[in-house]
Design a binder for this molecule. Structure first.
Ligand code: AMP
Ligand code: ZN
Length: 470
């Protein structure tokens, strides 16, 4: 299996530090607001990478940090006149709810910056002892010129960086590139005690400390959006390697942006949709499928039309899954084996995914399978039980386990809870009545409320059907 390593700007054969195990760290959100669908792309694609590593048999330890002390959190807390912890807890909770709705598997651990003050202070102490960190009256900086490898990840050299750097105004700073390890407390801001006085940690320090604490001094994979290569990840390397290890990360992975109208989706540009809002109108499966259809390193232009067509693509999988479930109840051992070469579909899927997680190619293999299996089932009446079992297993392993775009439990026929299904049907009928009376606000309210409960409605030729995403 090959992974594109930003550190060497090429695809490299993947090997792990410990046989059969992968340690993976992903830079998580700053919890000051709901996350947008651009952040969501990074969270979903790292989830798919983790799921594929698990498919390959690796035991993956997956850590995603939550930045819960930061300027943006402080600003929001001041606006609302509450403690920063109120803001951080509110949006950390919302983050966990939203990624669950996006079917992102839970990380092994979600460490929080505020719970790692000791580890962060210890790193700064070590850097200070080594003469790499310096104290400027309570603000502690990293002396970039003291670290030989500075620039190795971003491919920048220190001279060019120096000439391009905005000179940040701070009297005690020796060099414009030097960055904050510890920030002296300001009036009205949260602070922690330290050998340099009260203050709070710099953002880059958080990830060095939490990665090393939870995964050890050298890890297999560290991932994040492209915007984090410089300075965030460059600074993480400088801190961690100067302090504690020869090699901080073996494979650095970076994700392309999700763009909207050719611009990066971002909070500051105001051109964003929160994942929460998108999931009121679209299924998590469709959002994930849309992401899968573009390679993780390429930019992805987001549009609602693309989501609509992802929803249509998903319907084909639902159609097949229903036929498989039905086939399984009817078929017996004496049926025909069916002409589908399962092993070739598996090997094409794995070849795609082994090539730096080429999910768009992998999804193409899945849809090729879905098309041919649907065709075969429609034309062959007497297929064997074994055929249906194998078809179910393929969908289960690819669409469910790796891509997370579909689950057999979503099928209406999973039923069990008839009362619930009947109540949903009543709401579907009421929505239809509302539409007939041109009361679209009410019709949308019914659809959105159901979507909020993980029940997605689909309007098709034969009326409205529903699927459950939980
Ligand atoms: P933030 O909360 O802004 O620190 O972002 C959390 C994660 O989402 C980071 O890994 C970012 O690199 C990533 N990210 C931010 N904006 C986008 C975008 N438009 N497309 C893809 N990833 C993004
Ligand atoms: Zn980070």
């Amino acid at each position: 299996m090959k992974i594109y390593n930003t550190l060497h700007n090429k695809k490299e054969e993947f090997s792990t530090l410990e046989e059969g195990k992968v340690s993976m760290y992903v830079c998580g959100p700053t919890v000051y607001d709901y996350f947008h669908i651009g952040n969501g792309r990074t969270f979903v694609m790292t989830d798919i990478i983790r799921r594929y590593l698990e498919y390959k048999g690796y035991d993956v330890k997956y850590v995603m940090n939550l930045t819960d002390v930061d300027d943006k959190i402080i600003k929001k807390a001041n606006e609302e006149n509450v403690e920063t912890s109120v803001i951080a807890e509110r949006y950390a909770k919302a983050f966990l709810e939203d990624i669950e709705k996006l079917r992102v598997k839970r990380a092994t651990v979600y460490p929080k910056a505020t719970e790692h003050m000791k580890e962060m202070i210890d790193i700064v102490k070590k850097l200070e002892e080594k003469g790499i960190a310096y104290n400027a009256e309570g603000d502690v900086f990293y002396d970039v010129l003291k670290f030989n490898g500075y620039g190795k990840l971003s491919g920048k050299n220190v001279e060019d960086l120096e000439s391009g750097a905005r000179v940040e105004l701070h009297e005690g700073k020796k060099n414009a590139l030097d960055f904050s390890l510890w920030k002296k407390a300001k009036e009205g801001e949260p602070y922690w005690e330290s050998p340099w006085g009260n203050g709070r940690p710099g953002w880059h320090l958080e990830c060095s400390a939490m990665s090393m604490k939870h995964l050890g001094s050298t890890i297999d994979i560290h991932a994040g959006g492209n915007d984090l290569i410089f300075p965030h990840h460059e600074n993480e390397i400088a801190q961690s390697e100067a302090c504690c290890t020869n090699e901080f990360v073996r494979y650095w992975m970076h994700f392309g942006f999700l763009n909207i109208n050719n611009e990066k989706m971002s909070k500051s540009l105001g051109n964003f949709f929160t994942a929460r809002d998108i999931l009121k109108h679209y299924s998590a499966g469709a959002v994930r499928l849309l992401f899968c259809q573009t390679h993780y390193r390429s930019p992805l232009s987001f549009s609602q039309e693309l989501l609509d067509s992802a929803e249509k693509g998903l319907e084909k999988i639902y159609h097949l899954a229903e036929a498989i479930d039905e086939g399984l109840t009817k078929a017996d051992e004496n049926g025909k084996p069916g002409e589908l070469d399962f092993s070739s579909y598996y090997s094409r899927f794995e070849d795609a995914m082994d090539d730096d997680f080429n999910t768009s190619q992998g999804a193409a293999v899945l849809f090729d399978f879905v098309k041919n299996a649907n065709k075969l089932i429609a034309s062959e009446e007497n297929l064997s039980k074994e055929f249906y079992e194998k078809a179910k297993e393929f969908i289960q392993k690819t669409a469910s386990d790796v891509f997370g775009i579909f689950d057999f439990n979503d099928l209406q026929s999973d039923g069990g809870n008839n009362l619930e299904n009947e109540l949903i049907q009543i709401l579907i009928d009421l929505r239809l009545d509302a539409k007939k009376e041109k009361n679209f606000a009410l019709a949308d309210k019914i659809r959105d409320s159901l979507a909020g409960l993980g029940i997605m409605l689909k309007d098709g030729k034969e009326g409205t059907t529903f699927s459950k995403s939980k």
